[in-house]
Design a protein around this ligand. Structure first.
Ligand code: FAD
Length: 478
């Protein structure tokens, strides 16, 4: 190994932990002193309409914990508030570092930002290195035999599993390396949420490194049951780790190592979900234009509903007042917690695009603003799947029936009752389509449709027929 360069800066973004961390590992391997920084980036914060955005509370709590963890290791987190494209080069210059290390972020905005930072650093004679950390396989590491990106999940997943080697899952340790963590002699306190222009919001999920470890330890005990329970929102069947994967409070290598080492159906199914995450990441990396356009360009010609009624329908969907109990319960879960169960995400996305006939981007943008785990690649992938405009999507003629989905995945109505108290007295057989109750039943159950719970905003059978026509017209226009 060559001589150690003097010092480096590690720029934390969506990797808010101090263990098994590629950028920290590489920086400590090749530099004597390593500083750490996080920027509350105004280019992102200024775009957030909600000053009580839960993500800020989650990130703020997580970086406070990261700072404590780094201090225990002899370092500290330098926290800046400003445009990262200016703050990082300025800080690098102030600290006199030879290089800035970060973990790669593949979203189009992040790639543009990192290009700008890399250019500004380059002009100062400072190197910029972006390491793979968020994914097991990034960019074009998994290609078909013909050298093309996969657009169908099953062959991608097969190739991904075939490519997987023990070395891909090895931790990137931060101990036992030549460099040491360093802190500037005087360091201002981490700015408060108020100083950043935000208010604190309750986050139901435990946050930070300790929150991630708590959820992960709990899920390891349940993983064997995942395949059996994951589709039922009333059950505790899933891991609840998505926000932690989004903000990198735990390492994907650790999760895959554990899941791949378990020989049961639950762990195998869960590993597939982690592979879906990578599948959508590579799709977005290869096709960044899908941020706003259909993966299959022919679907951009679809004439989605617009006008006053469409806007009313959209407002009812956002508020959880469509009159379809499971759809409403799901939207209220999102409003209450910033998270929604995967089965429900599929159901409400299908309802928005196929029952209300609204452009998937309207729903996608609403989720982007609400979800604690919002991740452009997975969210876009999920929406385009439901809208049938995406890669490996639900075929357009297969349309979820929101009543049948409710009967199947919340048979007792327990999830519905948790989030739609208006329906608390409605028994299981009626709860999935309460408008079908007789006036006597409505009176007896305390739920009078049109009075204390809305009538359905659309009739599913009629909406389904309209959607089939909408897609068929497109086919005829070909
Ligand atoms: P688990 O079931 O425990 O799965 C473990 C992890 O696998 C998740 O944390 C996630 O990282 C990954 N994963 C699971 N399912 C998928 C999937 N279908 N696609 C990609 N990755 C997956 N996931 C997000 O992380 N961010 C989003 O913004 C997002 N938006 C979605 C929008 C729609 C319309 C749909 C249908 C799905 C979306 N998903 C999104 C995928 C999925 O719903 C969530 O990852 C999951 O519900 C998170 O809960 P969990 O961590 O308990 O999941």
């Amino acid at each position: 190994m060559g001589a150690l360069a003097d010092s480096a800066l590690v720029w934390f973004r969506r990797d808010l932990r101090d263990t098994d961390h590629a950028a920290l590992h590489h920086a400590l391997k090749s530099h004597r002193r390593v500083f750490c920084a996080f920027v509350f980036d105004t280019a992102i914060l200024d775009e957030l309409a909600d000053r009580g955005d839960r993500r800020l509370s989650f990130i703020h709590g997580s970086i406070e914990e990261l700072n404590r963890a780094l201090r225990r290791r002899g370092g500290a987190l330098i926290v800046r508030h400003g445009d990262a494209r200016e703050e990082i080069p300025r800080l690098a210059l102030e600290l006199g570092v030879a290089a800035v290390h970060a973990n790669a972020d593949y979203e189009p905005f992040a790639l543009r930002r990192d290009d700008a930072v890399s250019g500004a650093l380059g002009a100062l004679g400072i190197a910029f290195r972006a390491w793979k950390d968020q994914l097991i396989f990034e960019k074009d590491e998994i290609l078909s035999g013909a050298g093309k990106p996969y657009s169908v999940f099953t062959p991608y997943s097969r190739a991904w599993l075939k490519e997987l080697k023990a070395a891909d899952l090895e931790a990137r340790p931060v101990e036992g390396l030549p460099g040491t963590l360093a802190a500037p002699p005087s360091l201002p306190a981490i700015p408060s949420l108020a100083a950043l222009g935000f208010t604190k919001s309750p986050v139901l999920l435990p946050c930070g490194i300790s929150g991630a470890r708590q959820l992960w330890a709990d899920f390891q005990n349940r993983i064997a049951d995942y395949a059996r329970t994951r589709d039922f929102p009333a059950l505790k069947g899933v891991s609840y780790l998505s926000a932690h994967l989004r903000f990198g409070t735990l390492s994907i290598r650790e999760l895959v190592r554990f899941a791949a080492g378990q020989k049961n159906e639950g762990a195998e199914t869960w590993l597939k979900e982690l592979i879906w995450r990578e599948f959508y990441q590579q799709i977005l990396w290869h096709r960044p234009e899908i941020e706003t356009l259909s993966f299959k360009p022919e679907f951009d010609a679809i004439e989605w509903e617009s006008g006053a009624q469409a806007n009313d329908h959209f407002a009812a969907w956002c508020a959880g007042r469509t009159g379809y109990p499971l759809v409403d319960a799901a939207m209220r879960q999102l409003a209450a917690s910033g998270w929604m169960h995967n089965r429900l995400r599929m159901i409400v996305a299908s309802f928005l695009t196929k029952d209300l006939g609204l452009h998937w981007l309207r729903g996608e943008r609403f989720f982007a603003a609400q979800l604690l785990d919002f991740d452009l690649a997975s969210n876009n992938g999920g929406w385009q799947w439901a809208a049938s405009t995406g890669c490996d999507a639900q075929p357009w003629f297969r349309i979820f029936n929101p009543i049948a989905q409710s009967q199947k995945f919340d048979p007792e109505g327990n999830f519905i009752r948790r989030y739609v108290p208006e329906l608390a007295g409605v028994p299981a057989p009626q709860i999935h389509a309460p408008w079908l109750m007789s006036p006597q039943q409505m009176a007896a159950t305390g739920c009078v449709i049109g009075h204390n719970y809305p009538a359905p905003v659309v009739d599913h059978a009629a909406a389904r027929a309209r959607t089939l026509t909408r897609f068929e017209q497109l086919r005829r226009a070909d």
